[in-house]
Design a protein around this ligand. Structure first.
Ligand code: AP5
Ligand code: MG
Length: 216
């Protein structure tokens, strides 16, 4: 049976940071809907142009195109043993679609670690974040600095600050999270899948807590 993990949590809590570490340790592919959209934007695809018009405002990209994009990704051969989903699902419509899709692969969502942190912590993390152009590795100027300023430690590509990390867009993203994504906390809790993890701790402590959840 494949294993599917959904990393849930607000913008900036550390989903991408932890997903890269957990993917390394479990061997499961890391699928980030945000990274897939940014890849499409970089390549100038039709999907990228559509997604950009929502992302720049801090709004969610419509469910139908998001679900199609994830369906296509989950059908790829590296996902045969499962996947680690970061940033998807983000609405109950997406969560229902994911359940249907996984049942086609004889699978289901197995774990939903819900990473939490205060709003002040989220703002500080997004404000100091630097992202790698090539593969979306993330750094923080204070908490997780790259060895060389402006350069990714893993693939030497250039680091940049995301357009949607501007203060006004961040406020909107957090608001959208509370109205449209937070209902998934109850959704997965009712299904007995949710485990809360304190994301306010240092990166290695959060990773250790997440791996403990996945061993259960
Ligand atoms: P997405 O890219 O998913 O952004 P997000 O959910 O807002 O989350 P972030 O990537 O901002 O934060 P993160 O939790 O990954 O934190 P990170 O590890 O980088 O989505 C972007 C946009 O795409 C959305 O707004 C939407 O428009 C669209 N979209 C995506 N998915 C969609 C969907 N399913 N449906 C519809 N639309 C969708 O960490 C942040 C910073 O903190 C880094 O600098 C990091 O180094 C640092 N840090 C991490 N952990 C720690 C720690 N423990 N201690 C100190 N610093 C830390
Ligand atoms: Mg991320």
């Amino acid at each position: 049976m494949p294993t599917y993990i959904v990393l849930l949590g607000p913008p900036g809590v550390g989903k991408g940071t932890q997903a890269k570490l957990i993917a390394e340790s479990t061997g499961l592919p890391h699928i980030s809907s945000g990274d897939l959209f940014r890849e499409n934007i970089k390549n100038g695809t039709k999907l990228g142009k559509l997604a950009q018009s929502y992302i720049i405002k801090g709004d969610l990209v419509p469910d139908d195109v998001t679900i199609d994009m994830i369906r296509e990704r989950l059908c790829q051969s590296d996902c045969k043993d499962g996947a680690l989903l970061d940033g998807f699902p983000r609405t109950t419509v997406q969560a229902d679609a994911l359940a249907n899709l996984l049942s086609e692969f004889n699978g289901k969502v197995n774990f939903v670690p819900y990473i939490t942190a205060s709003e002040a912590v989220l703002l500080e993390r997004l404000n100091g974040r630097w992202t790698c152009r090539a593969q979306g590795h993330v750094f923080h100027e204070k908490y997780n600095p790259p060895q060389k300023i402006g350069v990714c430690d893993f693939d030497q590509s250039q680091l940049y600050q995301r357009d949607d990390d501007k203060a006004e867009t961040v406020t909107r993203r957090i608001q959208v999270y509370f109205t449209q994504t937070a209902p998934l906390i109850a959704y997965y809790r009712e299904r007995g899948l949710l485990t809360e993890v304190n994301g306010g701790q240092p990166i290695d402590k959060v990773t250790a807590n997440l791996l403990a959840v996945l061993r259960k």
